[in-house]
Write a protein that binds this ligand. Structure first.
Ligand SMILES: C[S@@+](CC[C@H](N)C(=O)[O-])C[C@H]1O[C@@H](n2cnc3c(N)ncnc32)[C@H](O)[C@@H]1O
Length: 276
């Protein structure tokens, strides 16, 4: 067993281990299922396979494989001991071929060319040294082995949270006695004069997302950010000038006191143009 580095991510997952699976609402399991189907489609999983469930968390990948009825040799490893103890509790006793160990992805204690299948579901981005983690995946993979690594690209649940906030705004306005006549969704931009300046803004804005990365990897963020901004940014013109940016959508609520409705106010103003 290797020593475990105490990183921010490991501390976080140690603390949240007990609620981890409930908090994912099945999304990580669903992605793991796809990853397993994909890798098994390329190289079928059999009882002769030797599988790595890397950064295993509570052992979702191992669980799915065992539930399929195939009994390969599986090693479920993770840097967070509380995650590992949940995974171990899940399989020990019932599945002698499934082993769980506390082990950082940067220092896998397996010999070269061990695994026929190597699965890292939503783990690589949490490693403090992802380059080293990837080298370990490559080193421990057999020459004819297959590796799958997953990550998030779009996280639409944040859209749902924003909608909750928007409805909350409408409700508190109504609660205060205002009639909310209309709301409009409008595209604006997080941007600056150039793609480079926009990338710089976004790099500062998103620094928490990369907090667990090594200094070397963090240094690469601005360059990659600029490349992606150039691919996704759209031109805009606003009062202060024009530039390029990433779209944001805002909602504008229009309300008034119920005593005089907006249409009544307009009609009233038409009759008294000097007041309009
Ligand atoms: C989002 S969870 C994914 C867990 C699991 N693979 C799944 O599919 O649910 C990320 C996992 O990465 C683990 N992790 C973070 N840093 C790690 C490291 N340096 N080495 C190994 N695992 C690490 C965390 O403890 C956590 O269990």
């Amino acid at each position: 067993m290797s020593s475990t580095p105490s990183s921010t991510a490991t501390n976080h997952f140690n603390k949240s281990a007990e609620n981890y699976e409930a908090s994912t609402s099945g999304g990580t399991r669903e992605l793991a299922q796809h990853a397993i189907s994909l890798i098994a489609g390329l190289k079928p999983l059999t009882s002769e396979s030797t599988v790595l469930d890397n950064a295993c968390g509570t052992g979702i990948v191992t669980d799915i494989i065992l539930q399929s009825g195939i009994r390969p040799e599986i090693h479920a490893v993770d840097a967070a001991e509380n995650m590992v103890s949940i995974a171990r509790g899940r399989f020990s006793g019932s599945h002698p071929n499934a082993h769980a160990a506390v082990m950082p992805g940067e220092k896998l204690s397996f010999p070269d060319n061990t695994f026929t299948h190597s699965i890292t579901n939503l783990g690589l981005m949490f490693l403090s040294d992802a380059d080293q983690g990837a080298r370990e995946i490559a080193r421990t993979l057999r020459p004819d082995g297959m590796a799958v690594v997953t990550g998030w690209t779009v996280r639409a649940p944040f859209t749902v949270m924003r909608e909750v906030q928007a409805r909350h705004t409408r409700a508190v306005l109504s609660g205060a006695g205002l009639d909310v006549h209309a709301s409009a969704a409008l595209d604006v931009h997080m941007g600056a004069e150039t793609a480079e300046a926009t990338a710089d803004l976004l790099t500062r804005f998103s620094s928490r997302a990369f907090a667990a990365w090594s200094e070397e990897d963090k240094e690469k963020v601005p360059g990659v950010m600029e490349q992606i901004v150039r691919e996704l940014a759209v031109p805009f013109t606003r009062a202060s000038g024009s530039g390029v940016g990433i779209k944001l959508t805002g909602t504008i609520f229009v309300g008034s006191n119920p005593v005089i409705s907006l249409s009544e106010q307009r009609g009233w103003r038409r009759m008294q143009p000097h007041l309009a």
